[in-house]
Design a protein around this ligand. Structure first.
Ligand SMILES: Cc1cc2nc3c(=O)[nH]c(=O)nc-3n(C[C@H](O)[C@H](O)[C@H](O)COP(=O)(O)O)c2cc1C
Length: 149
């Protein structure tokens, strides 16, 4: 399957996780990896599945590298009705009031443009003992298996 992996990051954690996902999938799939800062909404129309890893920053805001992409979504109002995506958030429950808000905001912007969100939208909690890749790889594999059946 053609799978495009994107990340939105402030300090690099989402990029590292996106790289882990790409490495985990590349043996069986045709993968690409890109920073949302270098991407436009049209880039979501290329692959059969878009996997997005996005953190939260500030007070539940998008991380810096996702902000220009979000602005393009709002400004250019692209039709994303043929796009499907799965989004994985990185957050920290110490920020109790805004936990996981960054990935949630990005998902809402995509859905507002017609894109279809696959699955729930998990958020990895930096305060937990789990490693993000141990959560994200089974999650993405289950989504791909679900699409293949
Ligand atoms: C200044 C700062 C603000 C943050 N704000 C939030 C927040 O509002 N909600 C949340 O869930 N996580 C928040 N986090 C946690 C980050 O999302 C988490 O550390 C994540 O792994 C960062 O990933 P990145 O390096 O890809 O940006 C914040 C972290 C920092 C350092």
């Amino acid at each position: 399957m053609k799978i495009a992996i994107f990340f939105g990051t402030e300090t690099g954690n989402a990029e590292m996780l996106a790289e882990d996902i790409a490495t985990g999938l590349e043996a069986e799939h045709e993968t690409s990896l890109a920073d949302l800062a270098d991407s436009s909404p049209e880039d979501l129309k290329v692959a059969e599945l878009n996997v997005i890893v996005c953190s939260s920053y500030g007070e539940g805001e998008l991380p810096a590298s996702a902000k220009p992409f979000a602005a393009q979504l709002a400004d250019s109002q692209p039709d994303l009705s043929d796009v499907r995506f799965a989004i994985f958030g990185l957050g920290d429950s110490e920020y109790a009031e805004t936990y996981g808000f960054g990935s949630m905001k990005l998902a809402e912007l995509l859905v507002a443009r017609g894109a279809r969100a696959l699955d729930e939208r998990p958020v990895h909690d930096a305060a937990s003992a789990d490693l993000p890749e141990d959560v994200a790889l089974p999650w993405v594999t289950a989504i791909i298996d679900g699409l293949a059946t």
